[in-house]
Write a protein that binds this ligand. Structure first.
Ligand SMILES: C[S@@+](CC[C@H](N)C(=O)[O-])C[C@H]1O[C@@H](n2cnc3c(N)ncnc32)[C@H](O)[C@@H]1O
Length: 437
């Protein structure tokens, strides 16, 4: 693999590449749009808020709020993908329409992204989830708004299992998450995953007495040294052209702790233990967070609901407990519920009644297994125990999805806002929800 050497002073403040299309509003105009008032239907002193309404109106309100503007640490958005489809819930009620395409789609999303940029704190990050339909146009827009120097990754996610396509193309199992930061001083908590079974096989030796697995590695490294590491240890010089990796004193200490393996010929090797491996850094291809792919995985049933494991990783990497997480295309509330579980504050918005109903139900009772063959009696037990094929195989996606019912903690400590032209169905739903304990 060839790796180029980055040139110094290569700061890309403006790449010179811009997306030009009809009716592209000047940024100033986006900020100057009229402010739609929101009523507080339920008030709570926590820093958690759910909005029902068009997110353009919500974001404009938030930009004027000094307690929020510039204080959002993490934004994850999963907007419509320009699929030209209607999405219905499992009960066949319309959840939302995804009809915009081309320039109108780009402008719809750009307006929100401009406001989101303003809301983000200087240590903040934004993750934009899309698929191949609009990702290239939106990458250019993200570069325009955030600056190409703040682009961090385009994460490729495996969204589903391979399908048997009849079309003459490769199967489509990927979607994408663009990761940008506001500045270079962003929160970053490195994420790791355990070693693969294949890599674990490299730890083929078992230590007598402790049973710990280890592999053997040399205690010398290339290059000669004049100092301590170039001197003999236990009467042995390092091999020609090499030096000891540690000083003779340190090697003595390691040997005293049993960390050196001596071959029959008296050659020392260092033991590297499997149980001390720090894990492998997460890369930009994520295979383990498919969306519900098996009837028994617990979900809300809202269309296009994302895998909570995906959001858990993003929140862990780019925020800390107490930080403010925002998702203005909240859908079933995956980001909000996971943020809450991870002790973050959150702001969510959606303009679909079906989404708000789903979020409230999820906050109350968590996720449910919705397969046709689900044993309804199992739901009555506090500790949901139905075995799935994937559970029994230790499938990571099933684990990422499922929170045993007994672990679900109801979320009730948030404020709820709605624009004052909201339908009466919303008020009825909200009143019923907050009136029962
Ligand atoms: C792809 S879904 C989000 C799914 C979500 N990530 C989840 O895990 O459930 C997109 C959501 O954006 C909402 N939406 C679309 N346009 C909106 C707008 N202008 N204002 C607020 N919400 C909007 C839709 O109602 C839909 O719930």
């Amino acid at each position: 693999m060839a790796i180029g050497v980055p040139q110094k002073n290569n700061t890309l403040l403006d790449s010179g590449v811009h997306l030009d299309y009809r009716d592209k509003a000047p940024e100033k105009e986006i900020f100057n749009g009229s402010i739609v008032p929101f009523d507080e239907l339920h008030s709570n002193p926590s820093h958690k808020r759910l909005y029902f309404g068009d997110n353009l109106d919500v974001l404009r309100v938030l930009v004027t709020d000094p307690n929020i503007c510039g204080k959002v640490t993490l934004i994850y958005i999963d907007p419509p993908f320009a699929t030209q489809s209607q999405f219905v819930s499992r009960k066949q009620s319309l959840a939302y329409e995804d009809t915009l395409t081309g320039a109108p789609f780009v402008e719809f999303l750009r307006k929100r992204i401009v406001l989101l940029h303003k809301l983000l704190s200087n240590k903040g990050s934004i993750y934009l989830h899309l698929d191949e339909k609009m990702i290239f146009e939106m990458k250019i827009i993200m570069d325009e708004v955030f600056g190409p120097e703040n682009y961090k990754n385009m994460i490729v996610r495996k969204k589903c299992n391979p399908k048997n396509y009849t079309r003459k193309t490769y199967g489509n199992i990927a979607d994408f998450v663009l990761f940008y930061t506001k500045t270079d001083k962003y929160i970053w908590n490195k994420q790791t995953v355990p070693l693969s079974e294949e890599r674990k096989k490299e730890y083929q030796y078992v230590e007598e007495g402790t049973g710990r697995k280890y592999m053997k590695v040399p205690v010398h490294a290339p290059g000669t040294r004049k100092g301590e590491t170039g001197k003999p240890w236990r009467g042995k010089m390092p091999p020609p052209g090499k030096h000891w990796q540690y000083t003779p004193k340190k090697l003595d200490e390691m040997d005293a702790r049993g960390e050196i393996f001596w071959s029959k010929n008296g050659n020392p090797r260092r033991k590297v233990y499997l149980d001390e491996h720090p894990g492998v850094s997460v890369q930009d291809i994520w295979l383990e967070f498919r969306d519900a792919h098996n009837q028994n995985i617990k979900i809300t049933g809202y269309p296009t609901e994302k895998n909570p494991g995906l959001i858990r990783r993003i929140i862990a990497a780019s925020s800390n407990p107490g930080d403010l997480v925002l998702d203005c295309f909240a859908g079933s509330g995956t980001t909000l519920a996971v943020a809450d579980e991870m002790q973050r504050n959150w702001i969510g918005a959606d303009n679909s009644i079906e989404a708000i109903k789903t979020i409230l139900k999820r906050f109350d009772s968590g996720l449910q297994a919705m397969g046709d063959f689900v044993n309804k009696d199992a739901h009555r037990q506090d500790n949901y125990s139905q075995q799935t094929l994937f559970d029994s195989l230790g499938d990571a996606t099933s684990r990422a999805h499922s929170t045993p019912k007994s672990q679900h903690k109801a979320i009730r400590d948030f404020s709820l806002f709605a624009s004052n032209d909201s339908p009466s169905e919303l008020y009825e739903t909200v009143n019923t929800w907050f009136s029962h304990p």
